[in-house]
Design a binder for this molecule. Sequence first.
Ligand code: G3P
Ligand code: CA
Length: 257
Amino acid sequence: MSHQPRDTSALFTAQPQVVAHRGFSGTSPENTLAAFTAASDAGHWIELDVTLCKTGEVIVIHDDTVDRTTNGTGEVADLTWAELQMLDAGSWFGAEFAGEPVPRLEQVFAAVPKSMFILVELKTDDDKASLPKAVAAAIQRAGRDEQVMVISFDPFMLEQLRLAAPSLLRGQLVGDYVDSDLVWYEKSGRQNLVMTDRVQQDAVLWQHDILTSSIVQAMTELGYPVFAWTVNRPADIQRMKALGIQGVISNHPDRIR
Ligand code: G3P
Ligand code: CA
């Protein structure tokens, strides 16, 4: 890595910064306004996932389909915003969340105070350019340029983000992909490895169980802030804290003290 990441030491000051994964997803349905409000009310930063729907809006959802987290079925890319708006993204998690909608990224920006930094993860995008461009535009329209870092497993999408909006912070996700049954992850994993010496990002976000003190030391020497995901078990949280990294991403941010 010869690239010099930008200095984020004034931003990532907590040791570690606590980030609520998909919002406060341990206690609320992931990637919903309920989960984001619960996180920001508790003072936590937020991680969320985005993809494009058929009509081009930036939708906040983890999977390629709506099947697991809503009462609907089908690929997000095949559904219009009008169709997605009708779905219930809360009932699968608990009756008290019935009717919780699937949000657009701009709705999250409107609901969450600017003081809460947001990690926006780029998910599926066949041409690798449409989603980064749409996300960059949404961030800039909301005036959130300084309060967001765009992250992805896919360095090609992050490069498109850089071309669309060079000033936005970018973070490279790194995982082992061994347990993933998602073809996209496996493919991105290979690209990720191939691109390692060409990473042009400002932070590196590691799957926690492959993160070691020697990796942290190497990253730190290169000037990269280090984040770990997704850290839920108390023993893993303690190990990450002992590594002295800049951020810990968890479904249970309340466990990180
Ligand atoms: O923040 C990184 C983490 O969210 C990546 O994995 O599958 O939960 O999006 P995933
Ligand atoms: Ca994610």
